[in-house]
Design a protein around this ligand. Structure first.
Ligand SMILES: CC(C)(COP(=O)(O)OP(=O)(O)OC[C@H]1O[C@@H](n2cnc3c(N)ncnc32)[C@H](O)[C@@H]1OP(=O)(O)O)[C@@H](O)C(=O)NCCC(=O)NCCS
Length: 179
């Protein structure tokens, strides 16, 4: 079940709460992105120092200010321990504006269905909010868990869109492609 509060900046699922990041989340952003395990398939996303986490938070916040949506902080409902981050970013893919689905969770939370539940909520919310834009996920071929999360969120493999990313070939999964 998906609920939305009045300002649209908190999503509630059966187990999870998703809300817009605030500056107090910078330490958690750094913790999740400085663990080599969480960036194994996407080393270009790894953060080397807290200043990089500050800059990353600012880019996330700028996106929220500009578009009214973006990446979310994911916690269990009623808990103040951050599990990770999930959301979408407006980007260009081959000349088309798309919503790029992102998820990265602390290793202690893996294997409990958290990413699938969060990504499903985000895609459902975004489909209602921005129905005209396709949602895509760019996933490294060896990142099986991430591919499963994309599929769980309703995306399907779109191999004609595969593209070179910062860390090598990205397989594309998509939903709501035009035509
Ligand atoms: C990818 C990631 C988000 C998955 O998080 P998670 O909470 O463990 O995922 P879930 O428990 O919701 O599992 C989702 C699906 O993946 C499968 N899965 C989870 N871990 C897996 C693994 N190591 N190998 C194969 N499948 C796996 C689950 O069985 C489930 O499959 P189902 O939908 O068919 O039931 C997490 O491992 C992560 O943060 N990794 C680092 C960041 C990253 O790679 N992000 C994606 C970049 S494209």
């Amino acid at each position: 079940m998906l609920e939305r509060n009045l300002d649209g900046e908190e999503l509630l699922t059966a187990r999870l709460s998703l809300r817009r990041p605030v500056p107090d989340d910078i330490d958690a952003i750094f913790a999740v992105h400085s663990d080599p395990a969480t960036c194994l398939h996407n080393p270009s996303d790894a953060l080397a120092g807290r200043a990089e986490a500050v800059a990353l938070f600012q880019r996330w916040d700028d996106h929220w200010r500009r578009f009214g949506h973006g990446y979310w902080v994911v916690r269990r409902r009623g808990s103040d321990r951050t599990l990770g981050f999930c959301g979408t970013k407006v980007m260009d893919l081959g000349g088309t504006s798309v919503l790029n689905l992102f998820y990265r969770f602390a290793a202690f939370s893996w294997g409990q269905g958290v990413a699938g539940e969060a990504a499903t909520a985000v895609v459902e919310w975004m489909t209602g909010r921005v129905p005209d834009l396709p949602v895509i996920a760019r996933v490294r071929p060896a990142n099986i868990a991430s591919q499963r999360v994309a599929v769980r969120a309703g995306l399907v493999r779109a191999d004609h869109l595969d593209t070179d990313g910062e860390d090598g070939l990205d397989w594309i999964f998509a939903r709501n492609l035009p035509g």
